[in-house]
Write a protein of this length. Structure first.
Ligand SMILES: NC(=O)c1ccc[n+]([C@@H]2O[C@H](COP(=O)([O-])OP(=O)(O)OC[C@H]3O[C@@H](n4cnc5c(N)ncnc54)[C@H](O)[C@@H]3O)[C@@H](O)[C@H]2O)c1
Length: 440
């Protein structure tokens, strides 16, 4: 493994590689939560950027200077980039070839039967095949299953005869930034680059060197494994307290007290807190290992634990309140994690579907997501149960709990796997919370 630090010098070196046919420095294909902040950041570092997306509404928003989703600091960045005129937009993937460096940031979902779904990447590859020429680089920024980068290189050789690493460059440079922290982390997180052949790593390292973070050179498959296993580690770390939460309920134990006993002043503690664990990355990235695992089923079990949390919460409510038909349940939070507007693959939706199958009257509130929800006060008004599905900052305020106690039904059950208010109870009646000294 080699390490080097990029920076302005690397940017100049890379700029000198552009040929007279290139009208831009870098293209970013897929202006989603990864691609758009990346395209803006390249432009902000002085590169001429082509951003490609097939979603006309998304392109229109960017053209009009509106971020289509929340990302800290990105709106100001978009306005700055607009003023600088360094971002060109297109709906055609083939236009990406007007830049020497083409970064693919398309979605890579998983089929439900445990197999990476590469259809978007295959489609983009096919669109690019006819327009690639020697000197181009193709960089997979998307999260991919082990072997995908070599597949892409092989595909270009098979269909165009390119010598990868000499004429055309292919690498995996996985996105490792957490949503909401893009601009904070792009300059600092080590950028892993797994290049195919002799020179791909060097050429792609020079591109990402514009951000000044350390560039860590490795092989394509090691880059792929490092990315997916970082997410598998998080997914597994959260499954353990979630399983413990379920075990505690069966044993009439308090999960927060057990976690405190594990972690307090103990050098080998460190178990995480329970919660609803999903989102577009964690929920599917384990499958990229699972599809050809040496121990099939192990990560599937991790997934099953996290996926069972909504049912566990539902059953806990039913055990305490009885049948839920025509009872009002408020669900606070639809986003997959705190303080984001991304509710794709959030377990809150699964929880709502389960509640609706019990014929409960569900009222959801989320102050961040674009999915329509009702106002907070309306959601909790007269509720028989209130479930905190996402630990948004707004819900962690004592006044949120006070509003629940004031507006919900007298014997309202508060379900808080996140321990938002420090009451250390997954299931507690609003009256109990008041007796514990939490505001009511
Ligand atoms: N979201 C994250 O926080 C995050 C973090 C790390 C890695 N990743 C990985 O990065 C990749 C992208 O994730 P994302 O969340 O940005 O996805 P996304 O769905 O937000 O973005 C994908 C974009 O590609 C566009 N698109 C789809 N097909 C296209 C086509 N044929 N031509 C042009 N544009 C097309 C879509 O309109 C969309 O704007 C995935 O592999 C994901 O696993 C995501």
């Amino acid at each position: 493994m080699q390490r080097c630090r990029g920076g302005p010098a690397a940017a100049n070196l890379w700029a000198s590689m552009s040929t007279s046919q290139s009208t831009a420095d870098v293209s970013v294909v897929g202006l989603g939560r990864v691609g758009l902040p990346l395209a803006l950041s390249f432009a902000d570092r002085g590169l001429q950027v082509i951003g490609v997306d097939n979603d006309a509404a998304r392109l229109l928003a960017v053209r009009e200077g509106r971020m289509p989703f929340q990302e800290t600091g990105a709106q100001q960045l978009l306005e700055r980039v607009h003023a600088g005129g360094r971002l060109e937009l297109s709906e055609r993937v083939a236009d990406a070839a007007r830049a020497r460096q083409i970064v693919i940031t398309l979605g890579t979902p998983s089929f439900s039967h445990i197999e990476i779904d590469m259809r978007d990447i295959r489609a983009a590859l096919d669109d690019l095949l006819g327009v690639l020429t020697p000197g181009h680089s193709l960089i997979l920024r998307s999260t991919v299953a082990p072997g995908t980068t070599d597949f892409v290189a092989g595909y270009l050789t098979k269909h165009r005869g390119f010598q990868i690493g000499e004429e055309v460059f292919v690498a995996h440079a996985p996105e490792r930034i957490a949503a909401g922290r893009f601009l904070e982390e792009i300059d600092t997180l080590p950028c892993i680059v797994g290049g195919v052949g002799r020179r791909s790593g060097e050429v792609v390292g020079e591109l990402f060197g514009v951000f000044g973070a350390p560039i860590v050179q490795t092989t394509p498959v090691q880059a792929e494994l490092a990315k997916i296993w970082a997410n598998i580690l998080r997914y597994t770390n959260f499954a353990l307290p979630n399983l413990l939460m379920m075990d505690c309920e069966r044993s009439s134990a308090n999960v927060f007290e057990v976690i405190d006993l594990i972690n307090r002043d103990y050098p080998r503690g460190g178990i995480a807190q329970p919660g609803l664990t999903a989102g577009t990355c964690l929920r599917k990235d384990f499958a990229f290992s699972e599809e050809r695992s040496a121990a099939p089923g192990m990560l599937l079990a991790v997934s099953r634990v996290n996926e069972s949390v909504p049912l566990f919460l539902l059953e806990g409510i039913k055990r305490r309140l009885g049948a839920l038909a025509n009872r009002k349940v408020a669900v606070l939070g639809l986003a997959f994690k705190a303080d984001t507007d991304d509710d794709r693959d959030s377990l809150a939706h699964k929880l709502i579907r389960l509640l609706e199958r019990e014929l409960a009257d569900v009222a959801a509130h989320d102050p961040h997501v674009a999915t329509p929800t009702v106002p907070f006060d309306q959601a909790v008004e007269g509720a028989d149960a209130v479930v905190v599905a996402t630990n948004h900052s707004e819900f962690r305020e004592p006044r949120a709990l006070a509003a629940i106690a004031e507006r919900a039904a007298g014997d309202c059950l508060v379900v808080d796997p996140w321990n938002c208010w420090g009451a250390a109870q997954v299931f507690a009646y609003a009256s109990e919370l008041a007796a514990l000294g939490t505001p009511s």
